[in-house]
Design a protein around this ligand. Structure first.
Ligand SMILES: *Cc1c(COP(=O)(O)O)cnc(C)c1O
Ligand code: SF4
Length: 360
């Protein structure tokens, strides 16, 4: 069996290869990959059925990436909210810690397009040590999210060193890994890796499937290995035009995720990242996706739909209008659009103990 390193080495990293394989003109894409790197490994390339399909769009550069001036390289103000390099401290009790600058594929829609895979992102022994020192010095941090880049592109030894050091910090309760490796390079989920990871529980892993065609026997096996090691698996999907903005596609994706023991966690409204405008949908379309899920299929298949607020405000959940307040009743709408009322409790009720004494 081919090792994951060999598969990665065989990646397509320049548009020229697209001409040979698909007969498309690579010239307009040269300037794109100069700015935003390209890496598509043979496994993910093999999932493409046709030029322009949802797998293609996620992996193959488009000239639209350098024509868009919609907003910002860093709309979530991650750099401003980094007290040390590669560590974002936005919320009180948890941090996002970037420990690898590489990915198994450079997704065209990436929120960190400004830095991943390029020379702007420097992850070194020093930045990792500084991040760990920061976490140790701030005991309010009880949840550390390893991200990148993709932390699972680190070699086993480097990854273990980080996990070991984090586990030695008593205030760190849980460790999460954010990784697209189960989707784009599932061969990386080796028995050795899983044996290593399970020594650092409680450990969670959030992966990133965007389309049902990404769920293959190989990616299912990678997820099964992780789940068998007791690692709770979640999924974060980005809502994207022409990829998963059809509610039927999204529903199928969520259902298929549950079938491989991955619990849908978030659907993200696309961020205002420069170079990704062609992927964006409206918020209304996102709400329609949620409406098509809730009630129509397993509640477990319904993730939270969130916008990561521009400027660094964090994730804000969006819900269709199921609820209206009318005096002391609550007007509710179910998934079919039928109305129901619920009589609310009185907000100024006397304390329960007093009421019970009076009732005796
Ligand atoms: C998404 C994110 C988190 C984690 O958010 P949860 O809602 O707890 O999953 C933490 N820090 C940053 C900077 C994030 O972007
Ligand atoms: S794997 Fe994640 S971080 Fe890497 S390019 Fe894709 S979306 Fe961006």
């Amino acid at each position: 069996m081919e090792t994951w390193q060999k598969i990665l080495q065989a990646s397509v990293t320049s548009p020229g290869a697209l001409l040979r394989r698909y007969g498309i003109d690579p010239a307009p894409l040269e300037a794109v990959v100069e700015r935003y790197p390209m890496r598509v490994n043979p496994y993910y390339l093999g999932l493409i059925h046709a030029v322009g399909d949802p797998i293609w769009r996620q992996a193959i550069p488009s000239a639209l990436e350098i024509e868009d001036h919609v907003c910002c390289a860093d709309p979530l103000a991650e750099e401003e909210q980094s007290p040390v390099a590669n560590l974002v401290h936005r919320y009180p009790d948890r941090v996002l810690f970037m420990v690898c600058s590489e990915c198994a594929m450079y997704c065209r829609f990436c929120t960190r397009k400004r830095k991943v895979g390029g020379e702007h992102m420097r992850v070194t022994r020093e930045t990792i040590a500084a991040g760990i020192d920061y976490i140790r010095a701030n005991p309010q941090i009880r949840d550390v999210i390893l991200s990148g880049g993709d932390p699972l592109l680190l070699g086993d030894e480097n990854l273990e060193e980080i996990l070991e050091q984090l586990r030695r910090i008593p205030s760190v309760e849980i460790i999460r890994i954010g990784s697209r490796v189960p989707v784009v390079l599932p061969q990386r989920i080796t028995t050795n890796l899983v044996r290593l990871l399970r020594r650092y529980h409680p450990l969670y892993l959030n992966t990133h499937f965007n389309h049902p065609d990404e769920i293959t026997p190989t990616s299912a096996k990678a997820c099964a290995r992780l789940a068998d090691a007791g690692i709770p698996l979640g999924n974060q999907t980005v809502l994207m035009r022409g990829i998963n903005d059809d509610p039927r596609v999204m529903k199928r994706l969520m259902q298929k995720l549950l079938a491989i023991r991955v619990r849908p966690y978030y659907i993200y409204q696309a961020d205002l990242v420069q170079g990704t405008e062609h992927f964006r949908t409206t918020v209304e379309e996102g709400l329609e996706v949620i409406k098509a899920l809730r009630g129509h299929t397993s509640g477990l298949a319904v993730p939270a739909y969130v916008i990561d607020a521009p400027g660094g405000g964090g994730k804000i959940p969006l819900l269709p209008d199921y609820l209206q307040q009318l005096g002391d009743t609550v007007l509710l709408k179910n998934y079919r659009g039928d109305s129901y009322t619920y009589r609310n409790a009185q907000p100024d009720m006397e304390p329960l103990e007093d009421a019970m004494v009076r009732a005796v």
